[in-house]
Design a protein around this ligand. Structure first.
Ligand code: HEC
Length: 126
């Protein structure tokens, strides 16, 4: 029942939100199931990918204890910080934005999914 309600709610959000793209953290939690194999957001713990706890406002490639690709380290050195615009670009096309990233994820095709997963991540960032 809850899943159905969620589905209806998120479809309604997509419908009503365009083109303003309201963000929906609850729908974002569902999108985050695609990231969960590699990332944790609600705790500061690295997995296959770096922890996404507090990722908003963090300079790319700087989470302690994680071995980033050269590409991600360089992205951080060039001044890339994770905020809404940079995360949107990265999540839509990881390899397009950070050429050589070792994140083995093709990207999210649905812009609403991107906005929602960022809303979800915001809950674990100050
Ligand atoms: C198959 C594993 C995998 C999946 C799935 C995955 N990631 Fe990643 N992610 C990584 C790895 C590995 C890195 C480190 C990339 C590098 O060093 O080039 C990374 C890096 C990142 C970064 C940069 C973090 C930093 O500290 O600079 C963000 C943000 C991110 N991922 C978000 C996501 C989100 C959101 C999803 C789901 C939509 C996702 N990832 C799916 C493995 C994954």
């Amino acid at each position: 029942m809850r899943a159905i309600a969620l589905f209806i709610a998120s479809s309604a959000t997509i419908f009503l939100a365009s083109p303003s793209r309201a963000q929906d953290a609850a729908a974002g939690e569902k999108v985050f199931t695609k990231c969960k194999v590699c990332h944790i957001a609600d705790q500061d713990q690295n997995k296959v990918g770096p922890s996404l706890h507090g990722v908003i406002g963090r300079t790319a490639g700087t989470h302690p204890g994680f071995t980033y690709s050269m590409a991600m380290t360089e992205a951080g050195k060039s001044g890339i910080k994770w905020d809404e615009p940079t995360l949107t670009k990265y999540l839509q096309d990881p390899r397009g934005m950070v050429k050589g990233t070792k994140m083995a994820f093709p990207g999210l095709k649905n812009d609403q999914d991107v906005a929602n997963v960022i809303a979800y991540l915001k809950q674990f960032s100050k």
